[in-house]
Design a binder for this molecule. Structure first.
Ligand code: HEC
Length: 295
């Protein structure tokens, strides 16, 4: 019996993590809870207030949200922009042509973004805006470098800069890579002496190790949450801000995959059903063998 149970537990699907190449930082987990409707509701409110000016959700109707998230009629109509109706899709406030003129790109429809990019990516992206004078809106983003979106949540998060540790590690990588390129030029040079080539090869190996160390250092800085330093406080503490962004991502995760709300419940019932079946099968087996053993 014990063996049977452990075999079943073993076969339960284990969440697979996609180990993607080209990691960007921060690289934290969004930990969206599809069962937490209050979180998704709060996310919907944040989306309407802070995102829908520029981004639509063409595949999402207010009425569906109201139904899925158990909203009252008043709560639902509070979400609706302008003179929209409950049966409408979540169109953006801004005209597409105007948006393109302002931002150079037409901000994407976000109905499916959490599925395309992944919950974690969106969660990290919205926490990774930092001050950068060279950008048109004064901010850049470590997850989406040179992004064309302003930091629309700045009044909640405040403004942050890259921390000194992060800047130092990044500089080590840039300068290390530049020196590697220089040395590689020596290696390609047909006139270089054997001695010079050997020295260059040694240098490249050493620098590659340094670059690798600096990359590990960045991963560590990110893990410890030390990538940024707040220089102007927002309305929220960093913890509150992370929570708000998690809610926002929960809402986008729901719109990208509305059946998830239900599939989790269905999955639990299915497991329960299998357990009951297991117990019945066990007693049935006992019943059958009882007679056989007697003979
Ligand atoms: C002022 C207009 C504006 C607002 C408001 C805005 N965005 Fe954006 N957003 C943009 C633009 C422009 C881009 C495209 C950036 C690019 O391609 O460089 C973008 C890109 C994105 C992307 C990346 C899409 C992709 O996969 O390439 C995400 C995710 C996103 N926005 C989420 C949000 C969320 C969530 C909010 C609300 C908190 C929000 N945006 C508010 C203008 C806006």
């Amino acid at each position: 019996m014990k063996k049977l149970i452990s075999a079943i537990l073993f076969l339960l699907p284990v969440a697979a993590f996609a180990a993607g190449g080209g990691t960007t930082y921060p690289n934290d987990k969004a930990n969206v809870n599809y069962g937490d409707k209050a979180s998704i509701q709060n996310g919907a409110k944040l989306f309407v207030n802070y995102c829908q000016g520029c981004h639509s959700m063409e595949y999402v109707r207010y009425s569906r949200i109201a139904q899925d998230l158990d909203l009252t009629e008043d709560q639902a109509s509070a979400l609706i922009l302008g003179d929209g109706k409950l049966g409408d899709t979540m169109d953006k406030a801004m005209d597409a042509g105007l948006a393109e003129k302002w931002f150079g790109v037409n901000p994407l429809d976000l109905s499916l973004v959490a599925r395309v990019r992944g919950n974690d990516w969106v969660y990290n992206y919205l926490r990774a805006f930092y001050l950068d004078d060279s950008r048109p809106y004064g901010v850049n983003n470590t997850v989406f470098p040179s992004v064309g979106m302003p930091h629309v949540l700045a009044d909640l998060q405040g403004l942050q800069v890259k921390s000194d540790e992060l800047v130092a590690a990044e500089e080590a990588i840039t300068s290390g890579k530049a020196r590697i390129e220089q040395l590689k030029a020596t290696l390609k040079d047909a006139d270089a002496s054997a001695e010079a080539v050997a020295k260059a090869e040694e240098g490249v190996a050493l620098l590659e190790e340094e670059v690798h160390d600096a990359e590990l250092e960045i991963a560590k800085i990110a893990r410890e949450g030390k990538m940024f330093t707040i220089v102007e406080e927002g309305d929220m503490t960093p913890q509150e801000y992370d929570h708000a962004v998690r809610d926002l991502v929960a809402f986008m995760a729901y719109t990208a995959n509305p059946v998830k709300l239900k599939s989790k419940a269905i999955g639990l019932w299915a497991l329960l059903f299998l357990l009951v079946l297991l117990v019945l099968a066990y007693f049935l087996k006992k019943e059958f063998w009882k007679d056989i053993k007697k003979k």
